[in-house]
Write a protein that binds this ligand. Structure first.
Ligand code: DOR
Length: 437
């Protein structure tokens, strides 16, 4: 593998400071960072003057649909979208077909990903009411996913009596989709017949989310069990966590819960429909503050593509979910450039913290000895989100037309350039992530 020298970017260092310098990559790892590096002629050189070098994004919650639902997305198209979006690693959810609830299903995904994925990959094992032995032994997995609500079939584990044994045995990370299924069912009946998609946020209301988050934290406390709360969506949950979050619990928020709210239904209808739903605008502000204060630890997209045909079925027949991996980094960097937070905070929430929380070694920082998973972004060039440029198979985004900066110019996975100025190198393959137990 030819060494790679990136010349003159602004390099984000682990202490949050920037160095205008050079960075040398050999055998897929960062070997040197210095104001000026001299190299032999047998080195590929990128002139990155004017660009900013960040650790590649680790997206810790995505739904990539393969195997079984490839008509929505597959591991190749999703990983192309990742490469374009500066996402160099992802953690993928178990609601594929077959469900990822056994070692065999994990093995199948790992095999498919090794054949098709341009970026690095890791997978959750899904909890059912019956697969406790698999949850204890499956390997490698980044954690156990429990759908406490908003699911159906075997992956829905909504009763406290089913959830508790999962917390009680084993010690690996449990990630929860925290919604109270009983309350959802009851409110679906109450609001039956309403087809305005805005009703979705009322049916699966803030209390639906709070009830489940409280139960998960209670069980985590009882068993001192490592817990991660996926896509926190409400101010009341953030407030609850501010007062009650044990040190071993983490929480994430999506860009859409920070930047979109119930007003989006008027503009984009069912494209704004997701679980947990978008909330009223005041929640955006409270979630932002919780993120800035460290009550929320990091960012995930919950990339959940559905076709436009499916979305056009109309509420309540339209499926919940929206894509996210190719817009998340520019969305957040645009916020940073607008003064809402700093660029180094964005990188902390999108790279460093996910690596730390899921114990992924050698990733999430720009540091000698770390893997060369990197993204060069242009913070000075605003471009709109264009549907025709999307790589996700579903070919739509709730952020179409948004004018963003911080778009990836070059994305590097394991020392290989996988995306450069609009072009993907589809020959590159990522690696299976490791999770230190
Ligand atoms: O809106 C959502 N859609 N939320 C989830 O957690 C699942 C996802 C999907 O898989 O479509």
């Amino acid at each position: 593998m030819t060494p790679l020298l990136i010349r003159h970017p602004r390099i984000l260092l682990p202490d949050g400071e920037f160095l205008l310098g050079d960075i040398l990559i050999e055998q897929g790892q960062i070997v040197q960072i210095a104001p000026e590096i001299t190299v032999s002629s047998a080195t590929n050189i990128i002139d990155a003057t004017g660009l900013t070098l960040l650790p590649g994004v680790i997206d810790p919650q995505v739904h990539f649909r393969e195997p079984g639902l490839e008509y929505k997305e597959d591991l190749f198209t999703a990983s192309c979208a990742c490469a374009k979006g500066g996402v160099t690693s992802f953690l993928e959810m178990p609601n594929t077909r077959p469900l990822t609830t056994t070692q065999a299903a994990i093995d199948q995904k790992l095999h498919l990903a090794s054949q098709k994925c341009l970026v690095n990959y890791g997978f959750f094992i899904g909890a059912t009411a019956e697969n406790l032995p698999d949850l204890l032994t499956a390997n490698p997995v980044c954690g156990i996913k429990i759908f406490m609500g908003s699911s159906h079939g075997a992956l829905l584990v909504s009763q406290a009596a089913q959830i508790e044994p999962i917390f009680a045995q084993g010690d690996r990370l449990i990630a929860v989709h925290a919604e109270d299924q009983a309350r959802i069912l009851q409110r679906r009946q109450e609001f039956a017949g309403i087809t305005d998609p805005a009703i979705h946020s009322q049916i699966q209301d803030e209390i639906v989310a709070l009830n489940a988050t409280k139960l998960a934290v209670k069980l985590s406390r009882k068993y001192q069990r490592r817990l991660h709360i996926l896509h926190l969506s409400t101010g009341i949950e953030a407030q609850f966590l501010r007062e009650n979050k044990p040190s071993w619990v983490t929480a994430e928020v999506t860009p859409q819960h920070l930047l979109l709210n119930t007003e989006a239904y008027e503009k984009i209808g069912t494209l704004a429909q997701m679980n947990p739903p978008l909330r009223s605008p005041d929640n955006n502000q409270i979630l932002w503050q919780a993120l800035l204060d460290g009550v929320i630890d990091f960012i995930a997209t919950d990339h959940a593509p559905h076709t436009l045909e499916e979305k056009a079925k109309g509420y309540p027949n339209s499926p919940s979910g929206m894509p996210g991996v190719e817009t998340s980094l520019p969305l957040m960097l645009t916020q940073a450039m607008a003064g809402k937070c700093s660029v180094s905070q964005v990188s902390h929430w999108m790279s460093t913290k996910p690596a730390e929380a899921y114990k992924i070694p050698n990733k999430g920082l720009i540091k000698p000895g770390y893997d060369a998973d990197l993204v060069l972004v242009d913070l000075d060039n605003y471009c709109p989100v264009l549907r025709e440029e999307l790589q996700t198979k579903c070919a739509w985004t709730p952020f179409e037309g948004w004018n963003l900066t911080g778009w990836p110019v070059i994305t590097i996975v394991g020392g290989n350039i996988v995306y450069e100025r609009g072009k993907l190198n589809t020959e590159i393959r990522g690696k299976a992530l490791r999770f230190v137990q």
